[in-house]
Design a binder for this molecule. Structure first.
Ligand code: DC
Length: 231
């Protein structure tokens, strides 16, 4: 069976990764969470004091990019690959609200994007990949056979992210999560390099009122149709 490339882009907390993971599992494809890579670089910047309350030392981070080694290691129990930063599993550490509040700024840096896009293209070079992010269908894989663009209201998205953070024991306020979602939407879609825009050939899915199963069934059907067409 011919393997295709599937790009799932959209605003933060639209549930892209949940659907992407499930789709990859159903098709026997590799799943790549490109946002995790930007988050890991952000964590590195925080750990090395390139970002913090005193501002952002962009030149310092750019000069250190060669010291950042990212890779994914499959976790059998969880059923997906977790991101490692310089050999350390940082899958949990990159999901905090603190990392979320800095990550969009880090993702505006062209040198960071260049490094990560190159790695993402390598990860998907053999096709059979489901990758989610912001610029997968526009920049990373403009030739992807299937491009999905997920949207949902900011309130719905903030509620989902809030439930997730509370569920793992984080002490957060809903207002802060909503502000973070709105701020990231703004930075992600107005940045100069690779802004979040829908590719002209992407299929938009508004999942505000859809269950996970409904979204999954729809996306799986779209993928199977494309695979058939490409075979
Ligand atoms: O998908 P996420 O919320 O984990 O992504 C975190 C941030 O990384 C997001 O605010 C924007 C950035 N990002 C990006 O610029 N390009 C990507 N392909 C993926 C994420």
């Amino acid at each position: 069976m011919t393997k295709i490339t599937i790009a799932i882009d959209g605003f933060s907390s639209t549930g892209k990764s949940t659907i992407a993971k499930r789709l990859a599992r159903a098709l026997g494809y590799v799943y790549v969470d490109s946002g995790a890579m930007y988050r890991a670089v952000t964590l590195y910047a925080m750990q090395n004091s390139f970002i913090g309350k005193d501002g952002f030392d962009k030149a310092g981070l750019i000069a250190s990019l060669d010291h950042i080694k990212l890779n994914f290691q499959f976790n059998q129990e969880l059923g997906f690959a977790e991101v490692h930063l310089n050999g350390v599993n940082v899958e949990k550490d990159i999901r905090t609200l603190k990392v979320s509040s800095f990550v969009s700024q880090i993702a505006t840096v062209s040198e960071v994007r260049e490094k990560l896009v190159e790695q993402q293209q390598l990860l998907g070079k053999d096709k059979g990949v489901v990758m989610d992010g912001r610029d997968i269908g526009t920049v990373v894989f403009p030739e992807a056979e299937l491009k999905i663009f997920m949207i949902a209201s900011a309130e719905k998205r903030a509620q989902r992210r809030y439930d997730e953070l509370i569920g793992r024991g984080d002490d957060v306020r809903f207002e802060d999560v909503l502000t973070n979602v709105q701020t990231r939407d703004h930075i992600d879609s107005t940045r100069e390099d690779s802004p979040l825009i829908m590719a002209h050939d992407a299929i938009e899915i508004d999942n505000s009122e859809m269950t996970l199963n409904e979204q999954f069934e729809l996306v799986l059907q779209l993928a199977e149709d494309k695979i058939k067409l490409s075979s």
